[in-house]
Design a protein around this ligand. Structure first.
Ligand code: NAI
Ligand code: HPV
Length: 390
């Protein structure tokens, strides 16, 4: 029986993919084998010894202590692209919220609720306070051309905007999806100096913290409108406050309000709704659950953010999973332990990612001497061993 702990509400359609005869799922469960979560902040959560995997039903993994997980041999997954359409649609809404004074106008209209027959006249008098601009023909700069950025760029282009994009690490798969009308810009200064609108679609990492800072505001045109549906920490809030006060930034639309942001002028604050659609929630949960199942049952790894991709067909016998430091002479030490136990390797996969290596080893035997696990763990550099008897 595998134990799954959910740290946020996870879509039921996704969770139903865990067969209940083999899985126990609860928000509080002792010694879980895996955690499935959304935005729950795990940085102060102790990782139990039983934990083998964490699956983020979503894209951003800044809420998970990745380095600590890697050290402990815990595989962390996310669900790339599974909520990208949901976020794209909200970013497009953000473009319009940044252009037309919809949020303030709607709030004001509600204040007239008790004015009876005067309402239509009051509306016509008051609407001049909420006039805006159109997006057609304006330049949108997209920072980060990943799953979300590419969809936003293509959609904005189809709405009549000029779109320019920036991503020094763009992958071929995403580049091929980008409309050929979108201009790829190599330098951030050139990008920022052209933008009427700017959308951030990059992860929050130590390198991108406060990515939009005083220096970058200085490169922007006056009256720029900024959309941040990526993470609050990407923007230096003191510099943002100054930029909003001075009129450098005309509107800041964000999915990540906090006290400082809510007290700034010309902010439209959305309560982190980017991925909160039935479709995105189901897509993310299904992908996360399938990845966890494949890992717990067969040791296969797909869409991990800390371990290499590794998938191998089972041979009908037992499977040995080993993670070790990516240093010479590991495979020979591992195979010596197996040979000494009379275990003949039928099939083996050895994949590397930065400083770690991950091995999937299939042997014909259906049961394995319990001492093998301890012997493999005793090899210097091995930090995770799991045996799945077949
Ligand atoms: N508001 C919401 O509910 C949601 C927010 N997000 C946020 O959006 C972020 C992006 O999501 P996806 O597009 O799905 O991820 P992704 O991994 O497909 O794309 C991220 C892109 O950013 C690029 N990038 C990284 N550092 C960069 C830098 N310094 N400058 C320019 N480009 C850089 C990468 O090369 C990659 O192409 C997530 O990490 C998450 O923080 C994601 C989903 C939902
Ligand atoms: O996928 C992401 O990165 C998100 O920000 C979505 O977060 P959520 O799953 O809605 O808590």
């Amino acid at each position: 029986m595998f134990k799954i702990q959910t740290l946020n509400k996870i879509d039921a359609g996704g969770l139903s993919l865990f067969p209940l005869d083999n899985y126990e799922i609860a928000s509080e469960i002792p010694q879980p084998d895996a955690v499935v979560l959304r935005s729950f902040n795990m940085h102060n959560t102790e990782l139990p010894k039983s934990l083998k995997a964490i699956a983020r039903a979503g894209a951003g993994v800044n809420n998970i202590p990745i380095d600590k997980c890697t050290e402990k041999g815990v595989v962390v997954f996310n669900t790339p692209g599974a909520n990208a359409n949901g976020v794209k649609e909200l970013v497009i809404a953000g473009l319009l919220l940044a252009s037309r004074d919809i949020a303030e106008g709607v709030n004001w209209a509600k204040t007239l609720a008790d004015k009876g027959d005067e309402i239509p006249a009051l509306i016509e008098q008051g609407k001049k306070n909420f006039a805006g601009q159109e997006i057609q023909g304006k330049t949108l700069a997209v920072i980060g051309l990943g799953a979300i950025g590419v969809l936003v760029a293509n959609a904005a282009q189809a709405l009549g905007m000029k779109v320019i994009g920036y991503d020094p690490y763009i992958c071929v798969k995403q580049a091929l999806k980008l409309s050929n009308q979108v201009k790829f810009v190599k330098g951030i200064q050139s990008l920022l100096s052209q933008a009427d609108y700017l959308t951030l679609n990059i992860p929050l990492t130590p390198e991108t913290k406060n990515y939009i800072n005083k220096e970058k505001f200085g490169m922007m045109k006056d009256n720029v409108r900024i959309l941040n549906f990526a993470r609050g920490g990407l923007v230096d809030l003191d510099a943002l406050k100054d930029a909003l006060e001075s009129g450098k930034v005309a509107k800041y639309v964000t999915d990540f309000p906090n006290q400082k942001v809510l007290n700034m002028k010309n902010v439209v604050a959305v309560p982190h709704l980017g991925a909160s659609t039935k479709e995105s929630e189901t897509n993310c949960a299904m992908m996360a659950v399938n990845q966890v199942k494949d890992f717990l049952q067969d040791g296969n790894i797909k869409n991990s953010v800390n371990f290499p991709e590794a998938q191998m067909e089972r041979n009908g016998g037992s499977r040995i999973l080993i993670a070790n430091q990516n240093v010479p002479n590991m495979v020979s030490q591992i195979s010596s332990v197996l040979a000494a136990e009379g275990l003949n390797i039928d099939n083996m996969l050895n994949k590397k990612r930065e400083s770690i290596a991950y091995n999937i080893i299939d042997v014909a035997q259906h049961s394995i001497n319990p001492e093998v696990e301890a012997k493999l763990e005793a090899i210097n550099g091995v930090f995770m061993v799991r045996i799945i008897e077949g």
